[in-house]
Design a protein around this ligand. Structure first.
Ligand code: SF4
Length: 612
């Protein structure tokens, strides 16, 4: 008889701490381990039949132990491209114990052909029917290698991408797969309330509730439309409140991310949901400070902004991408076209919401002085947390396909779009990659200068612009007091910090908790920036010295200099000293910055040792 009941271990791989998005340095201040819970996996947990036994290990808050793997009949993982290295480690460890790995999430969905050691791929949205199809085969011991439901979009350029993807999938997995074309994407009502009770909420800086999937936008660098489609599928107001209640009843209070690729993908649906959220917040004395992601057209709708403010939203991440109209046009960033972007940011701030901006450098149409323009813009607009990244072509995006067709694509990105000092495509003729990278480095160094001067300037502008919103202002709880104490202890030696806090206390007393939170965040952004710049400069040093050794060796062989034993021994000594020095430099970096450099170091050491 087949035993249908299984021990299922849900594993969320580590997200590297070396990106802005990790918020690692600020989490220490509030005694948290991770900024965000694994929403996808706890949703999958809620979809599993009751007869299975479930355990969740989020490697961002606890270690994955061998005993966990020994207990498991299967390991289910969900991952994004940024978790690639950690996912590989999970797969290798599960393989060692002969535990089958089931991989899902955006990274396996787009890069399944690059992931080894996985027993079953469950690709795309779990609610599309793939998870149920897999589970029924799995329980009877007949699971196939892959399960996918592919939706074909209508716009000709996107239709072509999706049809190619379908063909690739079918060819790659052959007969050992259950792949079908889906007419529609699953409704959000098919998605159950995630099993929030699996989380140790004390360990997270924020909770998250997914409200919608999909975005009508057609930005050419973005993969959301290929993964989740154009039609915004939105949960009902009642359902949102149920999830808020579930989190509230588990005792959580504080920041809550309303997860949307674009909160206002459907303005009408957002307006349907907001009154109920407001009611919930009011009834419970505003337990959650809400934040989300939205496109810039938010600034055109005063009613919507007011509704968001009244529901307790205090921050919104906006894809500003560029301040240059030509660049925005080329990337199809329609909500930002023909707008006074600075004014739009101010309008949102006037409605009580801080604007955090996504900005991209390295676009084909970037003018020479783009980095200066972006710097001035962020300073004047009062955007403290400017997430500036280098353009990366990601599979599934229109840009990726275009560059591939034009022969400009060099490789796949690694998901770290804020600190990868390398383009994964060839710039247009006449554009110099080194110059682009140098400009990007300088921009980061200026935005997050070591003394924090520019950062605190932006914070001051923000406090002057933002309309205090009593509904979303941070509550002073034990966590906030601890953070404030630590902040004073660790940051008060900086004059820019002291003058910022004094000014906030004198002129914006009602925003003082926000000012402290901004100061703590600033330390995170500075630390990440300067560690990343240091790692990049070490990498550059290793590469330069390697080229110089190669040139010396080449010249020596041609001129017969290498026949001199003394000369040769000196070169060997020099090379060994360089390799020791380089390794020492790498070892001094924080641990998350080392793997990429070590990979390059090992490649170079191998090459040099075989050459000299
Ligand atoms: S608006 Fe945002 S989510 Fe939508 S396509 Fe553009 S970048 Fe992607």
């Amino acid at each position: 008889m087949i035993n249908h009941s299984k021990n299922i271990l849900l594993v969320y791989p580590r997200i590297p701490k070396n990106t802005y998005w990790s918020f690692s340095y600020s989490l220490k201040f509030i005694g948290k381990k991770s900024s965000m819970p694994p929403s996808g996996l706890i949703t999958v947990a809620a979809m599993l039949p009751k007869h299975h036994r479930i355990k969740l290990i989020d490697m961002n808050v606890e270690e994955l132990q061998d005993e966990h793997l020994q207990w498991a009949d299967a390991v289910f993982t969900s991952s994004m491209i940024i978790q690639k290295d950690s996912l590989e480690e999970v797969i290798a460890r599960a393989n060692k114990f002969n535990v089958p790995v089931v991989a899902g999430g955006p990274y396996p969905t787009q890069y399944y052909d690059q992931i080894k050691g996985v027993s079953h791929f469950v690709l795309g949205e779990a609610e599309s029917g793939v998870l149920d199809a897999f589970l029924s085969d799995f329980e009877t011991g007949k699971a196939k290698k892959a399960y996918a439901r592919v939706s074909i979009r209508r716009r000709p350029v996107e239709k072509k991408i999706d049809e190619q993807e379908l063909e690739k999938l079918v060819t790659f997995f052959g007969k050992d797969a259950d792949i079908k074309v889906a007419e529609t994407r699953p409704s959000m009502s098919a998605s159950p309330i995630p099993k929030y009770d699996l989380l140790d909420m004390k360990k997270y800086g924020s909770m998250a509730v997914q409200m919608s999937r999909g975005c009508p936008g057609i930005c050419d660098f973005c993969t959301i439309p290929s993964l989740l489609g154009h039609e915004p599928r939105v949960k009902t107001a009642d359902r949102m409140v149920e999830e808020f209640e579930a989190i509230y009843n588990l005792g959580y209070r504080g920041a809550l991310f309303v997860v949307d690729d674009n909160f206002i993908g459907s303005i009408k649906k957002a307006k349907d949901v907001l009154p109920k959220i407001q009611e919930f917040q009011k009834q419970h004395n505003f337990p959650f400070s809400l934040y989300t992601e939205a496109s810039l057209n938010l600034a055109r709708d005063p009613e919507l902004m007011k509704m968001m403010r009244d529901a307790g939203f205090n921050m919104v991440f906006v894809g500003i991408e560029s301040t240059d109209e030509k660049v925005l046009k080329a990337m199809n960033k329609h909500p930002n076209l023909r707008r006074n972007i600075m004014e739009d940011v101010r309008t949102i701030q006037h409605h009580g919401m801080e604007v955090t901006a996504g900005i991209i450098i390295g676009n084909d149409n970037d003018p020479e002085d783009i980095c200066d323009k972006i710097f001035d813009f962020c300073q004047k607009a009062g955007i403290p947390k400017a997430m500036v990244g280098l353009l990366t072509a990601i599979r599934g995006s229109e840009m990726y396909e275009r560059l591939k067709q034009n022969g400009r694509l060099i490789g796949d990105g690694d998901g770290d779009n804020t600190h990868n000092f390398q383009l994964n495509f060839r710039p247009l003729p006449g554009k110099d990659e080194n110059k682009i990278i140098k400009g990007y480095e300088n921009l980061l160094a200026r935005l997050y200068d070591k003394k924090g001067k520019n950062y605190f300037e932006r914070c001051k502008v923000l406090l002057d612009n933002i309309e205090p919103n009593p509904k979303s202002t941070r509550r002073i709880r034990l966590t906030e007091l601890r953070a404030f104490g630590m902040s004073i202890w660790m940051q008060s030696y900086r004059s820019s910090y002291r003058s910022f806090l004094v000014e906030a206390a004198l002129n914006h007393a009602d925003l003082l908790p926000e000012a402290v939170a901004l100061a703590i965040m600033g330390r995170h952004f500075r630390k990440i920036t300067h560690n990343a710049l240091k790692a990049h400069s070490i990498n550059h040093y290793i590469q330069e010295r390697y080229e110089s050794f190669r040139a010396q060796a080449d010249e020596a062989w041609q001129t017969k200099k290498a026949e001199s034993i003394e000369w040769y021994n000196n070169l060997v000594e020099e090379k060994d000293a360089f390799l020791r020095r380089a390794r020492k430099k790498i070892s001094k970096l924080p641990v998350d910055y080392r793997p990429r450099l070590l990979r390059n170091y090992e490649r170079i050491a191998l090459s040099l040792n075989s050459m000299i």
